[in-house]
Design a protein around this ligand. Sequence first.
Ligand SMILES: Nc1ncnc2c1ncn2[C@@H]1O[C@H](COP(=O)(O)OP(=O)(O)OP(=O)(O)O)[C@@H](O)[C@H]1O
Length: 577
Amino acid sequence: MQWLMKFRVLWGIRKPYRGFHPAPGYLRCQSLSGVGALRWNDYDVPEEFNFASDVLDYWTQMEKEGKRGPNPALWLVNNQGDELKWSFGELTDLSRRAANVLTQTCGLQQGDRLALILPRVPEWWLVVIGCIRAGIIFMPGTIQLKAKDILYRLQASKAKGIVTTDTLAPEVDSLASECPTLKTKLLVSDHSHQGWLDLRSLIKSASPDHTCIKSKTVDPMAIFFTSGTTGFPKMVKHCHGFALRSSLPSCRKMLQLKTSDILWCFSDTGWILALCGCIMEPWAVGATLFIHHLPQFDPKVIEQMLLKYPITHSLAVPLVYRMILRHASTSLRFPTLEHCITGGEALLPEDQEEWRRRTGLLLYEIYGQTETGISCGTPQGMKIKPGSMGKSIPPFDIQIIDDQGNTLPFNTEGNIGIRMKPTRPIGLFMGYEDNPVKTAEVECGDFYNCGDRATMDEEGYIWFLGRKDDIITASGYRIGPAEVENALAEHPAVAESAVVSSPDPIRREVVKAFIVLTPEFLSHDRDQLTKELQQHVKSLTAPYKHPRKVEFVSELPKTITGKIKRSDLRKKEFGQM
Ligand SMILES: Nc1ncnc2c1ncn2[C@@H]1O[C@H](COP(=O)(O)OP(=O)(O)OP(=O)(O)O)[C@@H](O)[C@H]1O
């Protein structure tokens, strides 16, 4: 590939440099506190903040002064063994050029919206940072989007521009006439395409001189579309303050990255985790971001990369770790890996245990939403309680609340709420764009209601039960699907399961499990297996939680992020689909 330059791998021996610097964004918070600063919870927040100028340019300067180690800021590899390494200096230079392309060549202005649908190519980072420099609101989307998804996003956001690859360019062309606001089409490709501007060559020839905008901390920075697990994707708007969160000491405790660390974040470039894990978290502290192009998910490749490269931290959904465990040999020892983080869906305690047994490492869980970024978790060193998502990360104050916003006692089921009054914590979304009704719906007393059900124990650990709509009310009991699915997962016959409510003439609602069998059990007697699985759940959880109905399926309906669409299964059960 043209964009990948061959570099000699200099990392045969890991450099002993273990620098640790205070995150520059936080220094700015401190230095500006009191001088026109907003006060959000216990943190003084500067009135102006821009991740590109306040953080990235700081590390560029540190590099110039020889105060940062030799490791790159971005380290990208692909299956062919090609590598690209950019220092912060190179990142700054190229992202300034990208900002000039967007503003001068494309005529985009501060506040304009740009859809960004790219795989893990370096231009993704250049466009995001270029947008931050120019104040253009970027809207990442996954490359798995289909024409109708793209149309919905372009129309709903009134996007003025789009950046994508030649795979999706024909789709965009087919719908462009229905998007009157769309003026600029930028292509990242080795080939030219009529009607599209060639981003790579434009960046190459653009000027590296660019003056970063002075963005207010509360100015909009990005719009993310939710995964649409429960309906049409919503436009979640985040301000520049979102990018400041990773610099706060309380947030840095989560990953505890040092300048010399190398984080591999697996997130799709379309999801908010990519902004947190592929930009803010590593670069707030001047650490290295490692990315594998990974066009197809391949656990064998992941295992090889973890053995070959000096990666110290990994951040991935539970499925990634589960797939590595399934495909790898018995013992897995990664020479440099120190800290593994996971989130986005429930982590099964049995995966947690197996990962520990086979790698000698713990899996630290985080929880978050498009609206919140990472909002709770178990920081390195904090006791892990398997099955719990950890504690809230300040400035977020998570409480379990009822539907009126009253906080509930410990160990009582309720909604996960993030306190937003009297002060809205930095990093919480600004609202759903063009949707004041939905925005008001999620406000619940002094809290933002996440729409998930959980309990909190006396030590502040949060225990996820399920999405509000997924909770099953059967025979007067309230049952979270996660508890039943966790129990089912411990049976060797179960590869995957989804537990939903199903109508019943006597009990009105009962627990139903949709089960994908492991290959070894495909030929087993289904009636016998049903009884065995019911008995198995009864032996692990309260018997009223066992699935009275069981259906064996070849696959489960999922969103493009791989999340199970329980709402589809439920609707089918109730004859609504
Ligand atoms: N550690 C975790 N354990 C269990 N569930 C999690 C965890 N982390 C995230 N989740 C789930 O993922 C949800 C956030 O996902 P996301 O923001 O991508 O949108 P979505 O809720 O799937 O989409 P939509 O709002 O359109 O239905 C959380 O509300 C929660 O249900």
